[in-house]
Design a protein around this ligand. Structure first.
Ligand code: PLP
Length: 397
């Protein structure tokens, strides 16, 4: 039997009819950038997360960069984050000119260790950027408390965590801003790149909208007045539809072109209707794995913090023979992945920060131990049993 780490063609079969109809309709409409496809999806996503605003963009990376900029973070500022994440988290911090300050992680949830944050706060610190890694919410209660005490912003990297929650609060509604990715492999993945910022802050929403579109037109003018205190007559202009906005080519800020395509918005709008069901299926699979491995001494299954609802973007367990395990599974036709092999503080690109091996021991240890198993919703029971038997066979050798 062959089981891939992820097979998106199976999900395509489920959504095919609706998506093909919507995409064709959109292509025939002649409306490829902006329009109701995008605004409808933004509205639906904001309602799903439970926030006032959702601003779509062309990637999760851009969402991080633009959220940081919207909160005024840049040169000379420090942003506290985790080293156990995808590179883009800290890359975005560096991209706006700020310095990532890495704090070690918890061994069992792989999330930033909130008890170690305060010792890293200097007077340059401007924000905490927790990542809800593998779809499991970070300790937002503690993080928000620390942020409040030290007057810091909280920007959630929710790129892997769409649909997860703490109690009744969805991830993406808890910080000053949150960033999502619609990269195809994500729990809510498009047919290409895409991203979203969510926020309840009126000013942040306006600035993000301005930044995604060259700092132009009414949003640009409003953003400039918020950021620089320069009022402009355009603020009172009420021309309505941006496409026919006579002020479209008036620009107020140096910004980006980072819009979500209308075609992607149509696809994501349809897929959002399936998200909870797909996430529930992932949860069932994670439970099955946890249950199956509970007696395997060499395996540490991931732990879920009390009161949180994870969405299992990845199922990552820890073991001491990670590489041999991956090779053995591959020999059995079972796909696995090693997220993440290098903690960010030891990435070559961050050499300039001067971190050395041994500085963040938990993150360093878990990067040597994590093995991710297939966890996409369309896996069959037969495949799951085959995967479990492969893992167990490795230890019975
Ligand atoms: C934790 C995390 N942050 C940021 C990103 C960047 O998102 P994107 O690939 O959409 O730019 C990703 C996904 O790739 C991610 O997993």
């Amino acid at each position: 039997m062959n089981v891939k780490i992820l097979d998106l063609t199976r999900q395509y079969e489920i959504i095919q009819e609706k998506v093909e109809r919507a995409v064709l309709e959109q292509m025939k409409s002649g409306m490829y950038i902006g329009g109701t496809a995008v605004t409808d999806f933004e509205k639906k996503f904001a309602e799903y997360i439970g926030v006032k605003y959702a601003i779509s963009l062309n990637s999760g990376t851009d969402a991080l960069v633009i959220a940081l900029k919207a909160l005024g973070i840049g040169q000379g500022d420090e942003v506290i984050t985790t080293p156990f994440t995808f590179f883009a988290t800290a890359e975005a911090i560096a991209m706006v000119g700020a310095t990532p300050v890495f704090v070690d992680v918890e061994e069992d949830t792989y999330n930033i260790d909130a008890t170690k944050i305060e010792e890293k706060i200097t007077d340059k610190a401007k924000a905490i950027l927790p990542v809800h890694i593998f779809g499991q919410p970070a300790n937002m209660f503690e993080i928000k408390g620390i942020a409040k005490k030290h007057n810091l912003y909280v920007i959630e990297d929710a790129c892997q965590a769409v649909g997860s929650a703490i109690g009744n609060d969805k991830i993406g509604s808890l910080g000053d801003a949150a960033c999502f990715s619609f990269f195809p492999t994500k729990n809510l993945g498009g047919f290409g790149d895409g991203g979203m910022i969510t926020t309840n802050n009126d000013d942040v929403a306006v600035i993000c909208r301005a930044f995604r579109e060259h700092g132009g037109a009414q949003n640009g003018a409003k953003a400039r007045s918020i950021l620089e205190g320069i009022e402009d007559a355009l603020e009172t202009n009420k021309t309505g539809d941006a496409l026919y906005n006579p002020y479209k080519y008036y620009n107020y800020l140096i910004a980006y072109n980072s819009r979500l395509d209308a075609l992607q918005a149509r696809v994501l709008d349809i897929k959002l209707d399936y998200l909870d069901a797909f996430n529930n299926k992932r949860t069932e699979i994670a439970k099955f794995y946890n249950e199956s491995f509970k007696d395997v001494e060499a395996i540490h299954t991931p732990e879920v913090r009390e009161g949180v609802v994870p969405v299992w973007h990845q199922y990552a367990f820890r073991c001491t023979d990670k590489d041999a395990m991956g090779e053995f599974l591959a020999s059995k036709g079972i796909g696995s992945a090693a997220f993440y092999p290098v903690p960010l503080h030891l990435q070559k690109a961050f050499d300039y920060l001067g971190y050395k091996e041994g500085k963040l021991p938990v993150a360093e240890k878990i990067t040597k131990q994590t093995v991710c198993l297939p966890i996409f919703p369309e896996l069959t029971q037969e495949e799951l049993e085959y995967i479990v038997s492969g893992v167990k066979e490795f230890y019975s050798k």
